[in-house]
Design a protein around this ligand. Structure first.
Ligand SMILES: Cc1cc2nc3c(=O)[nH]c(=O)nc-3n(C[C@H](O)[C@H](O)[C@H](O)COP(=O)(O)OP(=O)(O)OC[C@H]3O[C@@H](n4cnc5c(N)ncnc54)[C@H](O)[C@@H]3O)c2cc1C
Length: 391
């Protein structure tokens, strides 16, 4: 349920306060590459935001998925990139707490929860994005575990992450069946971080997301660092991606709500032709359109969020998560642009979120499954049962 208990409400209030006092004053500088968003992860940990959905037994807060997506929405309203960065470190802590061996979890989870190390989850490669089963990073059996070789690109937090969940192919040519997942320690030999190669993975879109890439060059993963065996990793990735689709959709709602708030405020103060902008019917209809679609997107997010709580991997939840993300990302792309326009030139100022949120809406439509991949998921349900799967 999207209803929060008292502790969850207090976590959400802390997120609101953090967004206003810590993120808001820095977001414009991050967008210009003039400040380091990673520095805010330790204060975020101190505000209790890195352990939200991590089990209490492993040092987390054991709060609900509903709490997580509402925190994500709140932070993204101010800066999508920072919200994604924080949630990705949080997710690695949770993933290891639930799936790693006790020794591996003990080594990394406390560091992640404290924000001393950051995390990322690496599926995408320079040659494989949507077609995840086509990844070419290899994992070969070695005396004491596995040897990993390959390259990952477009990974949240990869400019600094030191605890990396990496997906690799154990049996080239076997597709999804041979994919396994490993915990990689970014401080060990064989891990080589991209140095922001020009035109490689650097982007001005949602800069605080700290997107980057890295190579594994004969990196040795011990047996205990195998997180999901071949045959299980692909399924595990798809199950966790459903939750990600819901919180990314929620983040789009947060961004549109913030743009709507700023535009409504400005429209009451700015005058044209003898009255406030809001007095012009044509002007205020743009805001009304945004408000309708925002409400619709929120309802899809809530329904999908409830589905995740009930069964993250079941077919109905997969569809609900896909629907929420397709609708919310399109809604954000359309309405952030329209609300920016409603501000006139003022909307382009760095102190306002419009340009940052516009780029972020594009990112949101790609991460955790592009719009087209999600449409395919939704279309799957629409096929008559007897129809063949391919035309
Ligand atoms: C800022 C940012 C952060 C990211 N963070 C991560 C991360 O932390 N971890 C991670 O693993 N990945 C991450 N990604 C990668 C993201 O998951 C990929 O961008 C996404 O999967 C799409 O892959 P691609 O960009 O290679 O596009 P491609 O797969 O090359 O596709 C290009 C276009 O073609 C469309 N397309 C592809 N196949 C089809 C088809 N069969 N039918 C119709 N259309 C199709 C796609 O939808 C897309 O619009 C991130 C990306 C960005 C931009």
């Amino acid at each position: 349920m999207s209803v929060l208990n008292a502790e969850e409400q207090s976590a959400l209030a802390a997120a609101r306060d953090f967004a206003d006092t810590q993120v808001r004053p820095r977001a414009a500088a991050w967008a210009h590459g003039a400040a380091d968003a990673r520095a805010l992860l330790v204060p975020a940990a101190q505000a209790g935001l890195l352990g939200l959905e991590v089990p209490v037994a492993q040092g987390g807060r054991g709060l609900s998925f509903a709490c997580k997506w509402q925190v994500a929405e709140t932070l993204a309203a101010v800066d999508f990139g920072f919200a994604m960065s924080l949630i990705n470190t949080h997710n690695v802590a949770r993933h290891l707490a639930l799936s790693a061996t006790p020794a591996v979890a003990q080594r990394f989870v406390p560091e992640l929860l404290a924000g001393r190390r950051t995390g990322c989850t690496a599926l995408t490669e320079p040659g494989a994005g949507s077609d995840f089963a086509a990844i070419t990073t290899t994992a070969r059996r070695d005396v004491d575990g596995w040897l990993l070789d390959g390259r990952k690109a477009w990974i949240v937090n990869a400019t600094h992450a030191e605890v990396l969940v990496v997906y690799a192919q154990t049996e080239p040519g076997s597709g999804a069946r041979g994919i396994a997942a490993f915990v990689v320690d970014g401080t060990r030999e064989g891990f080589v971080r991209d140095a922001g190669a020009p035109g490689a993975t650097s982007s001005a879109a949602a800069r605080a997301i700290d997107v980057g890439g890295f190579q594994l060059q004969g990196y040795r993963a011990h047996e205990g660092e195998l997180l999901h065996a071949p045959g299980q990793a692909f399924k595990a990735a798809l199950a966790s991606i459903n939750g990600a689709r819901v919180y990314v959709a929620a983040m789009c709602c947060g961004m549109v709500a913030e743009c709507l708030r700023v535009a409504a405020d400005y429209g009451a103060r700015r005058h044209a032709f003898g009255q406030p902008l809001h007095g012009h019917q044509g002007w205020r209809w743009a805001l009304a359109d945004a408000a309708i679609d925002l409400e619709a997107a929120r309802r899809l997010v809530e329904a999908a969020g409830d589905g995740i709580a009930a069964g993250p991997g079941n077919a109905a939840t997969q569809t609900a998560a896909a629907q929420a993300k397709v609708f919310a990302t399109r809604m954000a792309g359309r309405h952030v642009a329209a609300l920016l326009h409603a501000m006139g030139a003022e909307g382009l100022r760095d102190e306002h979120p419009f340009l940052r949120h516009l780029g972020a809406a594009q990112v949101a439509a790609l991460v955790d499954g592009s719009t087209e991949m999600l449409l395919e998921r939704i279309a799957k349900d629409l096929r008559p049962r007897s129809a063949p799967s391919r035309a």
